[in-house]
Design a protein around this ligand. Structure first.
Ligand SMILES: [Zn+2]
Length: 96
């Protein structure tokens, strides 16, 4: 008999694909709201990827990525859409 270990105890890091024990992984909500848990499925990061994350607020970023079909087009197309949309919305990308 195999030890009682269910699928749900292992999660996959969304950044590096490592399978990690759920208890060691960090929950990640792509909308940045980890406090609202109702009816939600969290994604997970392994500890080292989580430590490398930028913890600044990502206001409007997720929305913008959906809007420009991130992940549905080539990287080059994505980058050009991203820059165009960001400049359109927030002004020229220059160092201030
Ligand atoms: Zn990872």
């Amino acid at each position: 008999m195999w030890p009682a270990r269910t699928e749900s105890e292992t999660v996959t890091c969304v950044a590096c694909g490592t399978h990690t024990d759920r208890e060691l992984a960090r929950e990640y909500d792509k909308y940045g709201n980890r406090w609202e848990r109702e009816g939600k499925e969290f994604e997970h990061f392994c500890r080292s990827c989580h430590d490398e994350l930028c913890h600044h607020a990502r206001t409007e970023l997720e929305e913008l990525l959906v809007e420009i079909d991130a992940g549905e087009c080539s990287r080059l197309e994505f980058l050009s859409r991203y820059v165009a949309t960001v400049e359109d919305r927030y002004g020229p990308l220059e160092e201030r």
